[in-house]
Design a protein around this ligand. Structure first.
Ligand SMILES: Nc1ncnc2c1ncn2[C@@H]1O[C@H](COP(=O)(O)OP(=O)(O)OP(=O)(O)O)[C@@H](O)[C@H]1O
Length: 306
């Protein structure tokens, strides 16, 4: 593993559309910041088309000491997938709508503050997950939230207001699906409002779906919300926003390193993985990839001595 003073050759992967944020000054801000500190920087601008393949080719051509994702969770997941299994660490400059993984890693949400990670950092080696053969670093889910993410993705409107509007419309007619889950330690079958495959803890919306999950414990959690009556919705929402997932009588959690998820009535199912909706054939095989990704995180604050 490289030490702080050796992080000299950096690549920044910039997503021009993430978070609906103006990034016209971003490249010059990052370039100036890094050059003032003696760093060499290269930039890769995503297009939304074959970014993973092109990025992998670029990374194979030059030895970078770290690769930073400047975008939202989708951009972070793209760069993480390109780096997983190797020694080069991922850095994150949170510039998306939600920035869920960066929040779980205590990465500052301000660009200048996050850029400190180019010289002041520690390396966390975290697990990643394979969900039906697809890479996930953060959270994936089936059921209600996946439906909302897909509707949101197809729509024009952006921001938390649009998400809440779509969720309210869909909630009225939503029919929970029936799932069969077989993990390496238990089996569960029943209907669920939503089912989250969680490596991390918190959605970009600040909903804490998996408060006790650890990013480097060699396990993932399947967090289930049972179908619930309308009257229970405010209490469930309150618990989700206050790290109280386990306190609700409508939630359950399966902890495992491998699972098979079957939806008896469907051959294909909608899944959102790190914010990207996709349709996958069932059953879905889920497997942890222990300690497969190095990430730059802020150094642990040492207590000040008098
Ligand atoms: N130049 C581009 N034009 C259009 N779409 C792009 C471009 N570059 C990347 N994308 C798309 O951007 C999406 C990823 O966006 P990302 O998740 O980083 O931001 P976000 O959705 O605003 O934030 P968050 O996921 O944190 O809520 C992917 O679907 C990717 O295909």
């Amino acid at each position: 593993m490289v030490s702080p003073q050796q992080l000299c050759n950096l690549m920044f992967v910039l997503n021009p559309i993430s978070g609906d944020i103006d990034k016209s000054e971003l490249e010059s801000t990052i370039g100036r910041y890094c050059r003032e500190r003696g760093r060499h920087v290269a930039f890769f601008h995503t297009t939304g088309e074959q970014d993973l393949e092109i990025l992998r080719r670029k990374l194979a051509q030059e030895a970078y000491h770290a690769v930073f994702a400047a975008g939202g969770d989708g951009t972070v997941s793209l760069v993480a997938e390109a780096l997983a299994g190797g020694q080069v660490p991922l850095g994150i400059i949170p510039l998306g709508s939600g920035n869920g993984l960066s929040k779980d890693l205590n990465i500052p949400q301000d660009v200048e503050q996050a850029l400190r990670l180019t010289w002041d950092y520690q390396v966390l080696t975290m697990d990643t997950i394979q969900v039906g053969g697809n890479f996930s670093a953060h959270l994936a889910d089936l059921g209600f939230n996946a439906l909302i993410v897909e509707r949101f993705d197809k729509g024009e409107a952006r921001g938390p207001g649009a998400y809440v509007r779509i969720a309210t419309q869909e909630y009225i007619s939503y029919e929970p699906e029936h799932y069969h889950i077989k993990t390496d330690s238990e089996e569960w079958e029943g209907p669920a409002f939503m089912l989250t495959i969680a490596n991390a803890n918190t959605f970009g919306s600040n909903v804490v779906i998996n408060p006790e999950g650890k990013l480097n414990d060699g396990q993932f959690e399947i967090c289930l919300i049972d179908p619930f009556p309308n009257a229970a919705a405010p209490g469930i929402l309150y618990n989700l926003y206050t790290s109280g997932f386990n306190q609700s009588s409508y939630t359950r959690r399966l902890c495992c390193s491998r699972a098979t998820i079957t939806i008896p009535s469907q051959k294909q199912v909608l899944v959102q993985i790190d914010g990207e909706p996709m349709h996958l054939p069932t059953p879905i095989e889920v497997e942890i990839m222990p300690r497969s990704l190095h990430v730059l995180v802020p150094p642990i604050q040492q207590p000040t001595t008098a």
